[in-house]
Design a binder for this molecule. Sequence first.
Ligand code: NAD
Length: 258
Amino acid sequence: MRLRLENKTALITGAASGIGSAIAALFAREGAALALLDIDAAAAEVSARQLVDAGHHAIAVQADVSNADEVQHAVAQAKEAIGRIDILINGAGINVFRDPLTLSDADWQLNLGINVQGAWHCARAVLPSMLEAGYGHIVNIASVHGHQIIPGSFPYPVAKHGLIGLTRALGLEYAARGIRVNSISPGLILTPAAERYFQSCPDPEAERRRQAELLPCKRIGTPDEVAYAALFLASDEARFINATDLLIDGGRSQLYHD
Ligand code: NAD
């Protein structure tokens, strides 16, 4: 059977953990050669080594996506190792949840710098060669926070709304030149970041149950469930899908009330 990403290459950011890591594992199984970009070099190395040991083609590159120079350098390293970049997955992101009135300028910038500008830095670094090839798929990992507001999570939703805006604008900009840009908006997904959130609550298990109960399907999502959507959007199967966002939240964001 033909693999869905045979002869394709992908640069995946935030690939050392959670959703990015699940996307990397699935893309590798589907035949893509991978560059795993993360700020955590050691963890990215471990992930790449596991994929290589399983017979896949993967390398680790380090960059803080909020730093344009580091991104350019990492993308150059990635291209040297795996050739042209066909697919970019912008998975790197952090939760910045603060009280609006005591939020520092530094945290405002941290949120936008990683969650929006980081995706732009990576897109900007791969777009010239994608345009030259007339082929490229970009998938940004946004969030339900880019659609709906959960009080207490400011200013993270500002960034995720921006990331969906970036998706739509860039998608139209290069649609006629073979480039597609889409985003995925996951609801709560069981990743190390979600675990850290649970552990920050006075009663982590009660919060876990409360979050599951909020969802129409009564369970929290898994990284693999996001990875399969990323696989579809990043593959040629989705070639007429551009500049749009796919919600993966078990239906939660359509619910008015129980
Ligand atoms: P995670 O913390 O498990 O993984 C994030 C990865 O990004 C880590 O490996 C981390 O080292 C890397 N990273 C963080 N800052 C970086 C930077 N400046 N430069 C390069 N790499 C950096 O998180 P996750 O839950 O897997 O989240 C992945 C993406 O999915 C994020 O964009 C997040 O906003 C989004 N998301 C997550 C959920 C969820 O419930 N887990 C829901 C909606 C959206």
